[in-house]
Each structure stands twice: as C-alpha cells, then as structure tokens.
Design a protein around this ligand. Structure first.
Ligand SMILES: C[S@@+](CC[C@H](N)C(=O)[O-])C[C@H]1O[C@@H](n2cnc3c(N)ncnc32)[C@H](O)[C@@H]1O
Length: 172
C-alpha cells in the first residue's frame, strides 16, 4: 500500500495552504490525519462533527470532503484571522464556524452530542478532556494527532502527552 500518495486532496486545500503560509501558520495537521478524518467522517452519514481548533481550515477541508449532504460540522477557534480564511474558502451551509474561546465553548455547550470530535486545540485535548469526551455519542470517534515526539515541543509538553495517552487508554 502506497500510503504516501494522496489522490483526493480537497480542492480548497491549496488555496488555504497558500494563505496559511503567508501568515506563517504552520500548525496544521498532516495529510495522513486529513485523509483519516475524511474516511472516519464518511463512515458517519448524517454525522454531527465537532472540530476544536479550526486553524485556517486545512483539516476542516478534509472533514468537509468526507461529509454526506446531511452531515453537520461545528468548528471552533479563537483566532479570527485564521477562522476567516477557513470561512471564505469553505463556505458551506453544513458548517458552523464559531469564533470563541474553546474552554468557554466546551463548558457552555448544551446541544446534541457528536459522532466525531477532532480535538486539535489545548481545550478539548490537554485540558477539559473529560468534559469533551462527554460531548461524544456512544460509538463516536475522538481523534487527536501530534502525539509522537517532535523537535519543536516546548519544555514539559512531553509529560502532558504521556498523561493524555494514559487517560485515553483509560489509565490514570
Ligand atoms: C493545531 S492548530 C489547529 C490546526 C487545524 N486543525 C489544521 O489542521 O489546520 C490549533 C488551533 O487552536 C486554536 N486555539 C488555541 N487556543 C484556543 C482556545 N483557547 N480556544 C479556541 N481555539 C484555540 C489556535 O488558534 C489554532 O488555530
């Protein structure tokens, strides 16, 4: 299997990547994560999807490409400049773009639970993990990436990652 070939990169991806580069935004998920997101989202027809950490919309474009006509996505970020790039490039009535602090949003959300959560910001991943899992339907997917050591990790991050992996595995 040649898993390094991506024949289905979303059509909006290049434009968003160009705008992201201009802003020197380099925290986007890689193509493997994007492709996995698309596949898992496609396995949830009419799914309710949550993305925490829209960034400029690169991962969002993958999520969108896997969504059925009746699926819905809520995507949250606290950076209006990045969110605007995503809003313009991915305008679609199935997506709700939310400019908000993730901590507040998670704590205050009272709507329907989600079939898939892609947690790609500190809130929802390293913080408020339990509260975020509580927003997932039974049988839903909770997705996180960047769990393997990286040269740019700040001091102390490695310990946080270890703790989160233990939590996900059900150890404390
Ligand atoms: C890893 S990036 C997301 C990248 C994006 N998912 C992608 O793959 O293109 C993390 C994002 O979390 C956002 N963020 C950081 N702190 C936040 C907070 N407290 N509330 C909401 N968003 C936050 C940042 O603005 C940034 O866009």
């Amino acid at each position: 299997m040649k898993d390094y070939i991506f024949p289905d990169i979303p059509r909006q991806y290049k434009k968003i990547a160009k705008a992201s580069k201009k802003l020197e935004f380099n925290m986007a998920s890689d193509l493997y994560t994007g492709s996995l997101l698309k596949t898992l989202v496609a396995s949830k027809p009419s799914g309710r999807i949550l993305e925490l950490g829209t960034g400029s919309g690169l991962s969002t474009s993958w999520i969108l490409s896997g969504m059925s006509k009746t699926a819905k996505l809520t995507t949250v970020d606290n950076n209006d400049v990045l969110l605007d790039i995503a809003k313009v490039a991915l305008a679609d009535s199935r997506i709700k773009f939310v400019l908000a602090d993730g901590y507040e949003w998670i704590k205050n959300y009272k709507g329907e639970k989600f079939d898939l959560i892609f947690a790609d910001a500190i809130p929802g991943k390293y913080d408020l993990f339990g509260e975020t899992l509580a927003l997932l339907k039974v049988g839903g997917f909770y997705i996180i990436d960047d769990m393997k050591p990286q040269s740019n990790w700040p001091a102390g991050h490695s310990a946080r990652v270890k703790k989160l992996i233990a939590l996900v595995r059900g150890k404390r």
